[in-house]
Write a protein that binds this ligand. Sequence first.
Ligand code: 13P
Length: 251
Amino acid sequence: MDKKYFIAANWKMNADLSFINEYFSAFKSELENSNDMIICPPDIYLQSVMDKAPSFISIGAQNISQHEVGAFTGECSGHMLADHSIEYVIIGHSERREYHRESNEEIKLKLLKAIENNLIPILCIGESIEQRESDQTFEVIGQQIRRVLDRDILSADTQFLIAYEPIWAIGTGLTATPEMANEVHAFIQSILNEIHSSKIIPILYGGSMKSSNAKELLQMEHIHGGLIGGASLDASEFIKIYNIAEEIRNG
Ligand code: 13P
């Protein structure tokens, strides 16, 4: 079966204007593009990235408010993102769950706001090292999905992506083995099937993905792309990962 890949960059709180200028000078216009490339810069640089990035690149935000409008200092609403033609939004990243105490309930509200504003959510889930070592991975992942996604959400005609990011692999240089990641991705797919049998949701892997390990990860049956942090800050490295997905898809 033809598998389309989503290669997404999460720049986190990195980049500035000169970085952005230099970054996109590395992108040649003839870059093949049968798969999707997504870049998620900090909010303040969304417009700059949109102005500089080649048009085949989709732009995403890293967060969204669960509120519509009003006295929520420091927040950015779904309407504001959509107003700037942003297509994607990362929701529930483990750094937000940890440092901003975001709960599954709050994450669900954010996801609903994204959908209301026609933004494509990239829902992040993943277990900690303690949870993995005490055999709680599947339980935690199951909860993170069931508390956020329900039959109504999955029945609606909306697109979204899931990113499996084991917390212990984020920014650590440790990567889940392709088999480990594939096993969790297959489990995620089975839960989605239980909630709604026919919804196909691409599942990306995140956690120290780089050009040296991307091929073996992306070749796995249930892995449909990557959400890449550190390695996405190097344009040539990110393009390499994208081109690996191109090679796999186009033989
Ligand atoms: P790293 O690729 O730096 O491990 O980060 C992964 C991540 O958190 C992407 O959202």
